[in-house]
Design a protein around this ligand. Structure first.
Ligand SMILES: C[S@@+](CC[C@H](N)C(=O)[O-])C[C@H]1O[C@@H](n2cnc3c(N)ncnc32)[C@H](O)[C@@H]1O
Length: 271
């Protein structure tokens, strides 16, 4: 299946600008995202074997461990390079778009949308992706959908120690106000959710028991700042363990969602 509607700058970004395959294994905040995504998903997934559709699965960072855990994983992504990289994970793969899945109705136990919602700035497109997820989920099945936090860029560019410079200051202030990044510099086209907005979008799409978790928690940017300002790796440090502990301790306090980098919503298709 071709993906004519995916914005060309998104495909270009993942094909030429960055190698998504190393994002969750190099920088300490990427490793924190991986560890927390894994623990939050494992808390909600049905026991293996179950069928998981990983929509926007990229090069397969999550597909790899899910296959190892015993799940039957099918990965869909609009970037050819990702599809080629993801073949090595043991998942089956398909070029495609979250808004138009080829899967049959009621055919998967779990749908992961860990990427598409934050690359679809129009609400109508996010609604289509969520409606497709609901269509292909079996009744009672689990949806896990990621968002990037509305305020993540404020923390990230402070960690880079360049937020006070123009035009960075102007650009971040625009993203905070509009919740949209136009994709012209640095990151590609993106939409940034507040925790409550993400929960509401998932509920409005007909999922029940919607809950939102802070993935990296409130201390990821301390880790990013330490790493980026010293040039050292902080993956195996007490600061990493403290940031991970902070993410876990923060879970009962929804106001702290605002400080996490990624948000993870879970919900169920009504049985
Ligand atoms: C930051 S990567 C995340 C990859 C992986 N899911 C993870 O969590 O590590 C975002 C992914 O969303 C994919 N994506 C962007 N727009 C999409 C769309 N309309 N439908 C499906 N996937 C999309 C991108 O190609 C990319 O692989």
């Amino acid at each position: 299946m071709t993906s004519p509607e995916v914005a060309p700058e998104i495909v270009r970004f993942y094909t030429e600008t960055i190698d998504e395959a190393s994002r969750l294994t190099t920088a300490a905040d990427g490793v924190l995202e991986m560890v927390r995504t894994q623990e939050l998903l494992r808390r909600h997934l049905p026991a293996p074997p179950a069928r998981i559709l990983d929509v926007g699965g990229g090069p397969g960072a999550h597909a790899r461990w899910l296959v190892r855990d015993g799940y039957d994983v099918h990965l869909v992504d609009p970037v050819r390079r990702h599809i080629e990289q993801a073949r090595a994970t043991g998942a089956t793969v398909e070029l495609g778009d979250a808004r138009r899945l080829t899967a049959d109705d009621d055919s998967f136990d779990v749908i992961l949308l860990l990427g598409p919602l934050y690359h679809l700035p129009e609400r109508g497109d996010r609604e289509k992706a969520l409606a497709e997820a609901r269509r292909v989920l079996k009744p009672g099945g689990l949806l896990a959908a990621a968002g990037i936090n509305r305020y993540a860029s404020l923390f990230e560019h402070t960690a880079f120690a360049h937020l006070h410079r123009e035009p960075m200051q102007r650009s971040i202030s625009g993203i905070l106000a509009s919740q949209v990044h136009d994709g012209r510099r640095a990151f590609t086209t993106a939409y940034f959710h507040s925790g409550e907005q993400l929960r509401q979008e998932v509920s409005a799409a007909g999922f029940t028991d919607a809950e939102v978790f802070g993935v990296e928690g409130p201390a990821w940017s301390l880790l990013a700042a330490a790493e980026r300002n010293t040039g050292r790796s902080f993956r195996d440090t007490d600061l990493f363990q403290s940031a991970l502990t902070a993410a876990r301790l923060a879970e009962p306090y929804p106001e702290l969602l605002a400080a996490s980098s990624h948000l993870l919503a879970v919900g169920r298709r009504p049985a």
